[in-house]
Design a protein around this ligand. Structure first.
Ligand SMILES: Nc1ncnc2c1ncn2[C@@H]1O[C@H](COP(=O)(O)OP(=O)(O)OP(=O)(O)O)[C@@H](O)[C@H]1O
Length: 243
């Protein structure tokens, strides 16, 4: 189980503090899927980066199965069981897809295992296994490979930031199927950041984040009916304050 208590993260913008994650608390039980949604620039990716240890929280605590992981760096959190797929994945020159998948899995993968992973994200292994993870791959290909690296091994918590972004409809359907399979196994906590209705519909719980704050948080049954009717009244210059 992941438990997040009063998490805050602020940045200094030209001498002014701005709170991007403002006292956020929530929990995700084993087997549960939380979908985080909300307007652009609301703080969803920043929250994901703080959870993964890419950004360091200014306050609050994160527990993974009773273990306080707040002080852990990115490697330590990954070892503790947090898997994270970036919104815009980084490229690695000199690394093949096959090598990257094996590194992500923590063991040398067979051809069949790599193939299964690539199929889950709609890629044909014959075309990709020996490709370099570099600038020759398109944005959508990189995105799908990044997701495959998170799917390469079980995690206690898997975080996917806008998995739908830049992915064609056919690959998206394959991916949804894989998320549903993991969800049915009821072992991992899944956190999906998304604006996509089909993904939001899969959730057990939905959290809406705006201006770094939780605007709605509850079961799908509670949050979904009002979700698509909400309007945001945000004005220029109103975003964010201090934590
Ligand atoms: N390191 C940083 N320094 C300053 N501002 C930042 C930093 N990282 C993000 N921001 C700003 O914080 C706000 C939240 O960004 P974030 O990427 O978390 O939003 P988001 O909810 O994921 O948006 P989207 O739906 O567009 O992906 C944005 O206004 C962004 O420009």
């Amino acid at each position: 189980m992941l438990k997040v208590d009063n998490l805050t993260f602020e940045v200094n913008e030209e001498g002014r503090k701005r709170c991007l994650v403002n006292h956020i608390s929530f929990e995700v039980k084993d087997g549960e899927m939380l979908v985080i949604t909300g307007p652009n620039g609301g703080g969803k990716s920043t929250l994901a980066k703080v959870l993964a240890g890419i950004e360091e929280a200014n306050g609050g605590e994160i527990f993974l199965d009773e273990e306080n992981i707040t002080g852990y760096d990115i490697d330590h959190r990954a070892n503790a069981g947090i898997g994270y797929a970036f919104q815009q994945p980084p490229r690695f020159k000199g690394m093949t897809v096959k090598k990257m998948l094996s590194l992500a899995a923590g063991k040398e993968l067979t051809e069949a295992e790599s193939c299964k992973l690539l199929s889950a994200v709609g890629l044909c292994s014959a075309d990709y296994l020996n490709r370099q993870m570099d600038g020759t791959l398109s944005g959508g290909e990189m995105k799908r490979l990044e997701i495959a690296t998170v799917l390469a091994k079980p995690h206690k918590v898997s975080i996917f930031d806008e998995p739908e972004a830049g992915i064609d409809l056919w690959s998206f359907s394959m991916l949804i199927r894989r998320f549903e399979e993991i969800h049915k196994e009821k072992k991992e906590c899944q956190i999906l950041i998304s604006h996509q209705e089909r993904i939001i519909q899969m959730a057990d719980k939905i959290m809406v984040i705006e201006d770094g704050q939780v605007k709605e948080y509850g079961t799908k049954e509670d949050v979904l009916p009002t979700l698509f009717q909400q309007k945001t009244g945000r004005m220029c210059g109103q975003e964010g304050g201090t934590c």
